[in-house]
Design a protein around this ligand. Sequence first.
Ligand code: SF4
Ligand code: FES
Length: 303
Amino acid sequence: MSRVRMTNLIEKIRMLTRVKQTHIKIIEGSKITVRDKIFINVFRKNTVRGDTDYHYDTFKIPVRRWTTVLDALLYAKDRLDVSIAIRYSCRMASCGSCGMKINGIPRLACFTKVSELEGDTITCMPLSNFPHIRDLVTDFSQFFDHHRDMKPYIHNEYADIKLEDALITQNEDNNKNKKLLREFKQTPAGVDKYLQFSYCIKCGLCYSACPTAGADVKFPGPQALAQMYRYVGDNRDNAIKERLNIVDNQHGVWRCHFPSSCSVVCPKGVDPSLGIQLLRGHLLGYSKNEKKIAELFNKDVQK
Ligand code: SF4
Ligand code: FES
C-alpha cells in the first residue's frame, strides 16, 4: 500500500474518532428538562390490515425526571389506548427490540429519557428502511437475513473436531494431531481489534439511519458489515477470503458513501462505519499493514 493511501485511511479513522468524541460530549452535556407532563404523538397505521393512510394520536402523559419514552408509551397503552402496537422486552438497552424514531432520530425508547428531549411534545415514528407492520412495529426479517448472510460465527476447521475424537487424540498423544486440541489464544491487543463490534445488540438503529440501506435493499447495511469485520478481525477465524468474497460486490462494502450516521446513532458505542472502512482495507490489500495502521492510530489517539 502506498504511503499516501495509508495516510488517507488513518486520516479517515481520526475523523471518525473526532465525530464520535463530539457526539459523546453532546450526550454528556445534554440539557435535562424536568417536567411533570408531556404530550406524546404516536404514529398510527396498520399496514398488515391494508391501511393506506397514517395519522398521529396524541396522549398526555404524567412524567418524572427518569421516565423513559418507553415508560410513557406503556402508560398510554395501559391506560389510554390499548391498541397501540410497540415492540419491547428487556427495558434496559440490551435486547434491541424498542428501536423507533423519536423526534426524527433512531433511538431506543427504553434508553431515552423524556427529560433529555427538547420541547413538551415527543413524536414517535417507526424506524425507516424497514417494512412497516403496525404503529411503531417494523419487520426485521430482511435485516436479520443480511446478518445471517455474513455467517456471524467463528469458522475454524480445528474447532469442528468432535469431543470423542478429541479425547482419542489426547489419549494417543499423537503429535501430528495435537493441534486439533489446541486452545485458540488471543492477546488483549487481538481482542481489541474486534471487541467493540461484538457489543452490537442488533437493534437496527444504524440500518434505519443509513441512506444507502434506504436506496438499495441488497446492501447488507452497517450492522451486517460491522459484524463481518468482527469475524474478519478475530484471529480465531480462518475464513477471511470467503468472508471478503461475500461483501466484495456492487451491493456490498463499496456501496457505503461514508456518511457515518450509523456510528452516531448506535446506542452501544459500536462504530459500524469504521468496520466498513477496515473491511475495505482488507480488500485493498492493506491487511498486511494493519498492525502498522493500528500502531500509528494508537499513537495519534494517545497524543
Ligand atoms: S451496530 Fe449499534 S445501532 Fe447497529 S444494530 Fe448494532 S447496536 Fe444497533
Ligand atoms: S426494550 Fe430491550 S433494548 Fe429497549
